[in-house]
Design a binder for this molecule. Structure first.
Ligand SMILES: [Zn+2]
Length: 138
């Protein structure tokens, strides 16, 4: 069973995502902000992390950076959900994030993208400036 950690501060969306991925066969861990997500990941390392971009405490990018710096979690695939960025935004193209999923997304696209990351599995992001070798198209 694949464990997916979802970080999303909007309650409705978090519940929708939780239901969607539970139905798709994932074991779902859900957190309401980036800091809670990091604590949860440290207690129960996930196979894939799906995080919102704009959240209190740690935003999606800061969460991804914290995961990359954690020796136990650094190779975990991370995808960011966002409505507010342009494809090709340098903050995402410069490494560490495995994919950006732009809102609005279809449920099918979202599940497929996360399944793809789960199949890819844990992988190295060599340094701060190298991009993910398995980057999802975004
Ligand atoms: Zn990656």
């Amino acid at each position: 069973m694949t464990t997916l950690l979802i970080a999303e501060d909007t309650d409705d969306l978090r519940l929708v995502l939780q239901r969607l991925f539970t139905r798709a066969g994932f074991t779902v861990l859900a957190a309401e902000d980036g800091r809670a997500a990091l604590e949860l990941a440290r207690r129960q390392p996930p196979d894939v992390v799906l995080t919102d971009l704009d959240m209190p405490h740690l935003d999606g990018l800061e969460l991804c950076q914290a995961i990359r710096r954690d020796p136990e979690l650094c190779d975990t695939p991370v995808a960011i959900l966002s409505g507010g960025i342009q494809p090709g935004d340098p903050r995402f193209t410069e490494g560490q994030v495995c994919g950006v999923l732009l809102k609005p997304f279809s449920n099918t696209e979202l599940v497929e993208a996360v399944l793809h990351l789960a199949e890819t599995g844990h992988h190295r992001h060599h340094n701060e400036s190298s991009s993910c070798p398995y980057r999802l198209a975004s």
